[in-house]
Design a protein around this ligand. Structure first.
Ligand code: GLA
Length: 430
């Protein structure tokens, strides 16, 4: 097999960032370090990570780039390609969670984007690390892809963690960084999400699907079979990933819907566990399938649907693992679309434009399967498509979405309203 050259980030993107940082810090271009932190997709295993379920994930060849140099003292100074202003703070200042430290709950744009960097410092401090070295950095995400359900927030959090660790010569494992990013989101920002996003970003490997048991935190990387690739006598992956944007953007931390669903799942777990005579943490992964079957009639209709999503999604992930491992993309795609439907009908988290995009995608020529990406309250749908159909599929989706959502579609740049991606690699310093 040949060596795969990833198309992202390109040399010109990196050069641009190195120049900006060199100018900010007054140093030579070649001392600038770069973190690349890709966006992730979750084909199967949606909304079950916070309940300790098993999820599947992969990164794409788009994401966050953070250029930085150690600042030589405790001062952090950051600028962003997307947001105005600059963020500055010291790494020897103790950080408190945002809901406790009201002075941090500033609504200024520059302070909001800076909260992930402060959150990274908070997490490292919580882990017992005493940082001495700040960074001077410039952060920049792939244009138009922020707040899209591709987990740009975890990609940003991971990028700051890796940069601060590198500047302070801290040797931290991916497993520890998964926990640190959890501290940023759950404790510092107060979002009760699971560990899917950062696990995907930190553990993925080009061309593999990552399976992660969010209860035991064990993961494995599954390659599609070599046979399939060799038959086609190519090293290229035979599918593309389509991202179809709805035009709706809202950060999850500002939407109460996500935490509400987490509470409902816990409530369902509480009832099922009580009926089974078990006294353990009320999360659905603590309920056995048989216990669920025996006691599900005790759940009110809403809670019954949330639990049904959890148990059926876990099953789809297990089937998906087999399908992916045997190179059966048709079957894998069907499972993704079934997962999408369960998110709509059982988890009830889709909004109209995303449901319309989902419906368009599953009838698009060449598409194996589709679902909405991330939590489903905004952002984009993700689809696996036969590589040779990618362009045609992208045009079809743009045309059809314009018909059903002319207003939202008018906000989208028609060039980038559907993006064709390849698989990506894990977050790293280059
Ligand atoms: C968001 C959360 C994740 C996960 C997904 C839905 O991305 O941050 O923890 O729950 O939604 O699968």
């Amino acid at each position: 097999m040949g060596v795969t050259v990833l198309s992202w980030p390109s040399d010109s993107e990196l050069d641009k960032i190195r120049k900006i940082v060199a100018e900010m810090a007054g140093v030579a271009v070649d001392v600038v370090r770069i973190v690349v932190s890709p966006y992730r997709i979750c084909p199967l295993g949606a909304h079950i990570d916070h309940q300790g379920g098993t999820v599947s994930a992969m990164t794409v060849d788009k994401g966050i780039i953070l250029g930085f140099v150690p600042s030589g003292d405790p001062q952090v100074l950051l600028k962003s390609g997307q947001f105005s202003g600059q963020v500055s703070f010291r790494v020897d200042q103790i950080q408190l969670p945002k809901h406790i430290d009201k002075s941090n709950g500033n609504t200024l744009e520059e302070c909001k984007w800076g909260s992930y960097a402060k959150g990274a410092l908070y997490a490292l401090q919580r882990g017992g690390n005493h940082l001495k070295q700040g960074i001077i950095g410039f952060i920049c995400g792939t244009k138009g892809l922020d707040s899209s359900g591709l987990s740009s927030s975890a990609a940003v959090g991971v990028a700051y963690l890796l940069a601060l660790e590198s500047a302070n010569n801290l040797n931290i494992s991916p497993t520890e960084n998964i926990e640190y990013d959890r501290l940023i989101e759950n404790e510092y920002l107060g979002l009760k999400n699971g560990i899917l996003d950062q696990s995907a970003i930190l553990l993925s490997s080009y061309g593999c699907l990552t399976f992660m048991d969010c209860k035991t935190k064990k993961h494995k990387l599954i390659h599609p079979p070599k046979l399939e690739m060799e038959k086609k006598s190519e090293t290229k992956i035979p599918y593309k990933i389509l991202l179809a944007f709805s035009g709706l953007k809202q950060a999850l931390t500002t939407n109460p819907g996500y935490n509400r669903r987490v509470s409902e799942c816990r409530e369902a777990a509480k009832i099922l566990l009580k009926a089974s005579g078990k006294e353990v943490e009320p999360i659905l992964s603590n309920v056995e399938q048989e216990e669920y079957e025996a006691h599900k009639s005790k759940l009110e209709p809403d809670l019954a649907r949330r639990a049904e999503h959890y148990f059926s999604e876990n099953m789809r992930v297990i089937k998906g693992l087999e399908a992916w491992g045997s190179g059966n993309f048709e079957e894998f795609g069907k499972l993704i679309s079934a997962s999408g439907l369960s998110s709509i009908q059982n988890y009830e988290c889709g909004c109209e434009p995303l449901i319309q995009l989902y419906e368009i995608l599953i009838r698009t020529p060449g598409v194996y399967g589709a679902r909405f990406s991330g939590a489903g309250f905004r952002g984009c749908c993700v689809a696996f498509v036969k590589a040779e159909y990618a362009e045609e599929a992208s045009l079809f989706v743009k045309k059809e979405y314009l018909k059903v959502q002319p207003h939202l579609a008018s906000y989208l740049n028609q060039e980038t309203s559907v993006v064709i991606c390849d698989a990506g690699d894990c977050a790293r310093i280059i």
